[in-house]
Design a protein around this ligand. Structure first.
Ligand SMILES: NC(=O)c1ccc[n+]([C@@H]2O[C@H](COP(=O)([O-])OP(=O)(O)OC[C@H]3O[C@@H](n4cnc5c(N)ncnc54)[C@H](OP(=O)(O)O)[C@@H]3O)[C@@H](O)[C@H]2O)c1
Length: 264
């Protein structure tokens, strides 16, 4: 087997995937991102900017399998990174005869009217039509991401304001990384698969458990979120019927991580 490339290997999911692949004995792993990794410094790293395509060709030398995780998640979502960048990556992957292109997407990209999800959906379509063997994994929101959002909005002294009726099915990031590893071992399926957390929770429930984990007595109050985006999330369009039994529950994850999350 040639080199395994992880685009976005320095991100939240990327780091978990790196450790998972290394623990499974897959040591021909290369990461690409714009900034160098602070962990896994023994791994090969290539500086690539997907929004311009700079560095893609060299980064794909000798690559057999691609996990495409990089995404313009920071500083305003960027179509150039997610759509144009994916198109350039696919072109180069075809030239290099990549045998499996694995993409991480989000449950509901095809249903929830949100700019970022539209970009992810466009990227999915590019992959489906590229003529390369592929598997797309749509995941629900990671616990790390929900924790990060709550950390940002939990800023008032006595209350936590959030759209209580939103429905999420969050999942442990490590389990998503492990699923990506299974997908690689199973070989290309040329289809979209879903992975979701063990329970569907309202944002109100998620917020209450978050507050309890911090031993706080703040009240969780509803922040009304009107319009098509809010309606779609309230209807459960970010959830799926696949419920991972391997993932910890939100409550258990909080118990394990409350120190870390609270410290952020
Ligand atoms: N977070 C969630 O709840 C969730 C749920 C389902 C699916 N996903 C998907 O999972 C993937 C990873 O999410 P994450 O939360 O781990 O993201 P993240 O922590 O924000 O990591 C993003 C990664 O992409 C790289 N990147 C960003 N812009 C780039 C560019 N122009 N060129 C090259 N690399 C670039 C970043 O490195 P540099 O900044 O150094 O370039 C970083 O390694 C994304 O595709 C996301 O859509 C996330």
């Amino acid at each position: 087997m040639g080199t395994i490339l992880i685009t976005g290997g320095t991100g939240v999911l990327g780091k978990k995937l790196c450790s998972h692949l290394l623990s499974a004995g897959k040591n021909k792993v290369r990461i690409f991102s714009r900034n160098p990794p602070s962990e896994f410094t023994s791994l090969e790293w290539a500086r690539v900017d997907l929004s311009t395509g700079k560095g893609i060709s060299d980064a794909l030398a000798g690559v057999d399998i691609i996990f495409h995780l990089a995404s313009g998640t920071a500083g305003g979502f960027n179509a150039k990174t997610d759509i144009n960048g994916t198109a350039m990556l696919l072109e180069e992957a075809k030239k290099k005869n990549v045998t499996h292109f694995i993409y991480i997407s989000i449950v509901g990209t095809d249903k929830v009217p949100y700019k970022y999800y539209k970009y992810k959906w466009e990227a999915e379509k590019l992959i489906q039509n590229a003529g390369l063997p592929f598997t797309i994994l749509r995941s629900t929101q990671f616990y790390d991401f929900i924790g990060m959002i709550l950390g940002k909005i939990d800023i008032l002294p006595f209350i936590l304001f959030l759209p209580k009726k939103f429905k999420f099915q969050p999942i442990e990031t490590l389990i998503v990384a492990q699923k990506l590893g299974e997908i690689m071992n199973a070989g290309p399926k040329n289809r979209i698969e879903n992975i979701g957390g063990p329970e569907i929770l309202s944002f109100g429930e998620i917020g209450r458990e978050w507050i309890a984990s911090k031993k706080s007595n703040k009240r969780v109050l509803n922040f009304p979120f009107f319009g098509p985006l809010g309606n779609s999330i309230e209807k459960g369009n970010l959830t799926c019927s696949e419920k991972s039994r391997e993932s910890r529950t939100w409550n258990n994850w909080l118990a394990l991580n409350s120190g870390i999350v609270a410290a952020k």
